[in-house]
Design a protein around this ligand. Sequence first.
Ligand SMILES: [Zn+2]
Ligand SMILES: [Zn+2]
Length: 275
Amino acid sequence: MEWTLDWIGWFFDAVARRAPTSIQVESTRYLAGAVGTWLVVWVLLGAALSARKIRKPTKRGPQIRRELLYSGSTVLVFMVMGVFVYEGAAKGWFRFYSDISEFGWAYLALSIAGLAIFHDAYFYWTHRLMHHRKLFKHVHAVHHRSVNPTPFTAYSFDAIEAAVNFMVVPIYCMIVPMHDIATMAYMWLMIVRNAVGHCGYELMPRGWTRNPVSNLFTTITHHDMHHERMTGNYALYFTWWDRWMGTEHGDTNTRFETLTDAEAAPAETPEKAPA
Ligand SMILES: [Zn+2]
Ligand SMILES: [Zn+2]
């Protein structure tokens, strides 16, 4: 009993100490990613990208308000989980290092690429699990209330889903040495890619799906179709897990090509009137 009370006391004390900085860091990251993507893609480039709008616009006001609310709850979950990471780091649970020369710059870049590959696998399998009929409504339904996503959908999660998503970086850092810069760079890459991945406009260049290398990376259409159909296209960055597991929608590339090729099609020249 005394041990439990000590632990609860420690937890609340740690949360109180870390809360102001942690909330500031997490909400800045979310707002910079989501608002930045909204400003650039929707406000500045919306008209120029109209041919690349993946789906017809739907009523967005109430949806964005709900997404902001749930994103606030995700920031709180990240803050609480962050307490354990900071305490764990102090206890040496993670393989963080601070001197770049210890492993060199090439290793630093590789550690980020390795994290992206690990994250993609982690996301694919946890995401598929969350679609299990017994789990979906408890852990993943909130994210899918955004049937036609916006950049603000990026953090719109149920609390359990937020906690599961948070854990990927700490798990990786228990196994692989990560420099602070690499971890920070990845956290920013993650929110920007997440906000862009929900932006509703296809941003990848024409021919993306026809090139054997770029074809390994998911398009914006890929995840948009996951929200539209509530199934299939489960992966995050790469297309291989969906292809290996037969969960990629067969018309994903056709849909992408229809959007991007239509934009490049030459305007029809009006026929000359007979003299
Ligand atoms: Zn899903
Ligand atoms: Zn999504």
